[in-house]
Design a protein around this ligand. Structure first.
Ligand code: IMP
Length: 186
């Protein structure tokens, strides 16, 4: 898709590519410090976290292993239902491991809470979470990410892993779609 066609979706940019690079570096410095001498299993939440996770781990000086999980809340709307299902599970044994979940955004918090509880139930020694964006105003659980890239206003945001009906994940900034497109999502 041509760059101009991609940009047609957007009303405005919230986080430029440079903002994202800076936020990623800040989080990388914290995790490389906190996990020095450990061998964490970094688990990316597919599909949105792929972009943040790869940039974060390339930036951080960190001896680690990686795995992925794909969980989704039922339905395909702009709001989470709180009912989470596993579409693709992790492959590693989590017993005794220090787990670092990487997420694109924490919104209601249902997804992160589900993953944290699941990994602890499976015997993880510790479970923390690094998230690029924190939409705290919409939190419906008592969960909080341990490493936060940027606070996000209460808006539906798209780009850099965050999708609009499955697309636009490969945009290198994060912005808010025009109202007419958000209404299409329902
Ligand atoms: P939560 O369970 O409500 O915290 O939502 C987590 C998931 O919902 C994220 O991993 C995203 O996949 C998706 N999500 C939440 N807010 C947005 C948004 O503004 N844009 C795109 N996806 C979002």
């Amino acid at each position: 898709m041509a760059k101009d066609d991609m940009q047609e979706l957007y009303d405005r940019v919230l986080f430029s590519h440079q903002d994202i690079v800076d936020a990623t570096k800040e989080v990388a410095r914290k995790i490389e410090n906190d996990y020095a001498g450990k061998n964490p299993l970094v688990i990316g939440a597919l599909k949105g976290a792929v972009f943040f996770m790869t940039d974060l781990l390339k930036e951080a000086s960190l001896l680690c292993e990686i795995d992925f999980i794909d969980v989704s809340s039922y339905g395909n709307s702009t709001t989470s239902s709180g009912k989470i299902r596993i579409d693709k599970d992790v492959q590693r044994d989590l017993t005794g491991r220090d787990i670092l979940i990487v997420e694109d955004i924490v919104d209601t918090g249902y997804t992160l809470k589900f993953m944290k509880d699941l990994f602890l139930e499976r015997g993880a020694k510790s479970v923390k979470c690094a998230v690029l964006l924190d939409k705290e105003a919409r939190r419906a659980t008592d969960i909080k990410a341990d490493y936060i890239g940027r606070a996000c206003p209460d808006e539906f945001v798209v780009g850099y892993g965050l999708d609009f009906a499955g697309k636009y994940r490969n945009v290198d900034f994060i912005g808010v779609p025009k109202d007419k497109y958000i209404k299409e999502l329902g």
